[in-house]
Design a protein around this ligand. Sequence first.
Ligand SMILES: Cc1cc2nc3c(=O)[nH]c(=O)nc-3n(C[C@H](O)[C@H](O)[C@H](O)COP(=O)(O)O)c2cc1C
Length: 359
Amino acid sequence: MSEPVNASDYLKLAAANVDPAVWCYFEGGAGDEVTLRANTGAYGRWRFRPRMLVDVSEITTATTVLGTPVSMPLLVAPFAMHGLLAADGELATARAASALGTLFCVSTITTRTHTEIAAAGGAGPRWLQLYVVRDKQRTLDHLAEAREGGYSALALTVDIPLLGRRERDLKLGFQIPPDLPLPYIRGKDPALAETMAQHFQINSALTWRDLEWVAAESRLPVVLKGILTGEDAALAVEHGAAGVIVSNHGGRQLDGVAATLDALPEVVAAVDGRCEVYVDGGIRRGGDVLKALALGARAALSGRAVAAALAVDGETGVRHVLSLLHDEIELGLGLLGCTSPDQVTRVHIEPTVPYDPPG
Ligand SMILES: Cc1cc2nc3c(=O)[nH]c(=O)nc-3n(C[C@H](O)[C@H](O)[C@H](O)COP(=O)(O)O)c2cc1C
C-alpha cells in the first residue's frame, strides 16, 4: 500500500502487518459486532448543509474541554496496552498527542506508569481514565498519582461492570504476554499467563454513590465514560459529573446497543447544557467529528485510529494520523462556512434518511 493519507489507511496497514493474534484485540468488538459496525455506519446517515460566501480566511480548530485548551475537538481515547503495539507504548502516544496540542486520555490499563506517561506528555493536556478496582487502596493510590502527575480530570468508565465477550480474541487466541507490565491491573502474581478476564480486577459493584466517592477522593472533575441514555445522563449531572462521554466502548461491551452518534442527541437533550458532552466510537474522518459537534458534542475521541497509527509507525504514526484528522477538521470547517468548532450547529447537517430520534 502507498503512504497512508487518512485514518482508514492506517487501520488497513495495521490489519495487514500486526500479528493477527494481537490485532484482533484492538480491532474487534463484542458478540456479532453489530454495534462495532453501527458506530462507523451512523456517520454515513448524516450529510452536511454547508453555507457559502462566509469569510473563512482565518480558521481555528482550537477549543476547550472542561476549560482546558486543546488544539482541536478530537482527543485521544483511552485504550489499553499500547506496549503491545510499540516498544515505548503510551510514551509514544503521549509525545505525539502533546506535539499536536490535543488531550490524551490515558487508560488505567497502561504498560507504563502514569507518572512516566505524564513526563513524556510534558505540558500536553491529559485526563486519566479510571477503572475502580476491587482493592480500594489501589484506586486511592492511583488517584493520588493522577493528581501529582497533572491529570486534570478523571474519565470514570461505567460501561464495564463485566467484561464483554470478544469472540475474535477467543478465535485467534489473544493472550496478554505474561511479562507485559500492567502496573495498575495485574493481580498479585504477574508470572501467570492470565486471560483478560482474569486480569480484570474491576469492581462490578460500582453504583452512583461511588461517583461521589471518586470525586471527593480525587478532588478532580469526573467525566463519566460510557453513557448511552438520557436517564443516565441526567443522573450523571445530579451526581456532580463534570461531563459525560457518550460511548459504547467501541462496540466491545453490550453488543446491540445504539451507535454512539445515534445516542448523542438524547444525551445532549437530557443534559441540557449542565455539563459537557463528548462522544467516541467510529471516528475515522474529520467530517465525523464535525457531525458530532453539530449534534451537540463538545469534542470527540478516537481509539482505534490512533492504535493503528501507533502500530504502523509509533510516535511518528500517531503524530501523522492526528495531523491528518486535524487538517480534515480544519478543511471541513472552512467548507461548511465555519471559522471555529463552536460555530458548527444542528443546521449544518441533515439526515440522509428520515430520522427518528431515540427517546
Ligand atoms: C483495544 C481497545 C482497548 C480499550 N481499552 C479501554 C480502556 O482501557 N478503558 C476505557 O475506558 N476504554 C477503552 N477502550 C474504549 C475506547 O476508549 C473508546 O471508547 C473506543 O475505542 C472508541 O471507538 P473507536 O475505537 O472506534 O474510536 C478500548 C478500546 C479499544 C479498541
